[in-house]
Design a protein around this ligand. Sequence first.
Ligand SMILES: Cc1cc2nc3c(=O)[nH]c(=O)nc-3n(C[C@H](O)[C@H](O)[C@H](O)COP(=O)(O)OP(=O)(O)OC[C@H]3O[C@@H](n4cnc5c(N)ncnc54)[C@H](O)[C@@H]3O)c2cc1C
Length: 308
Amino acid sequence: MPLTQTQADEIEAARAASAETRRPTVPALEAMLFRAMPVLDHGFVRVVDYMGDDAAIVQAARVSYGRGTRRVSEDAGLIRYLMRHRHSTPFEMCEIKYHVKLPIFVARQWIRHRTANVNEYSARYSILDREFYIPAPEHLAAQSTDNRQGRGSVLQGEEAAHVLALLREDATRTYDHYAEMLNEDAPDPDRQGLARELARMNLTLNTYTQWYWKSDLHNLFHFLSLRADPHAQYEIRAYAEAMLATVEAWVPAAYGAFRDYRLGAATFSAGMLATLRRMLSGEPVTQAESGLNKREWAEMMAALGRPA
Ligand SMILES: Cc1cc2nc3c(=O)[nH]c(=O)nc-3n(C[C@H](O)[C@H](O)[C@H](O)COP(=O)(O)OP(=O)(O)OC[C@H]3O[C@@H](n4cnc5c(N)ncnc54)[C@H](O)[C@@H]3O)c2cc1C
């Protein structure tokens, strides 16, 4: 586990404390609160705070005064309706705050999601930990030959061993130089040591950083729809999948609607729908006759579970 004993003790102390509140709480998420869920080799995601629940979405949609008296099934139906029709603002009434430890190259992808609030660990102020992401052998993949943004088969044997050794050596060597330039660990009295904000610049992108990341549920769903998707790089997907588990515990009805109408859904263009209608009426349609280009055709067939 990537936590020091002090960090683990702080988390346990936070988990031991509780306060009475009139605000809505969610027992399943309370059970997870503060605890670090391991991701990759040294990373984690943990929920540090949240606001709202499924009822808050319903309450906002109905603009009601209290928690309401409708049945759970009616509330779930309303949430599904809101999700289906992209009536998004009620989902913005729920907020969640995560503490995430992640490799810098994953953080670069993640930070593109501009609708969250972020505060990153300052490597100008503090020294980064000697922790690097080294892929597990099953994730050490070759470049895909048919997708420039994707991975192909897993590297094997000597090549895999060599790549792993290079990743470890490069990260270790640059971290050693970082520590040497800082001159803070067993300092040499004849050297001043380089400023932390400069010494960090040669660290490898697999060095871990940390941040607090807060989002409302609507934007979190947008993030998860892109990053829990098979097209997303495995490493960020691993974080998205851990976060999905927290969302399921937190807002089960909204999570169910999201799985149904976003994660598990496919979007068809007007041209695709026209093709689908022709196919359903029994007409044999080929890609050339469909008016779709080869890529659209392949994507549509994949969504329908048919050979391209
Ligand atoms: C599989 C995959 C591959 C990618 N490849 C690349 C790549 O090769 N190169 C690259 O640079 N990026 C790449 N990205 C990043 C991608 O282009 C988006 O920047 C990223 O996913 C964030 O999405 P977003 O802007 O919708 O999210 P957010 O920033 O969270 O924004 C959410 C929504 O808010 C609205 N919004 C937010 N800010 C603005 C604004 N300033 N103006 C107008 N509308 C706004 C938009 O509707 C947006 O969809 C990739 C992403 C994925 C998932």
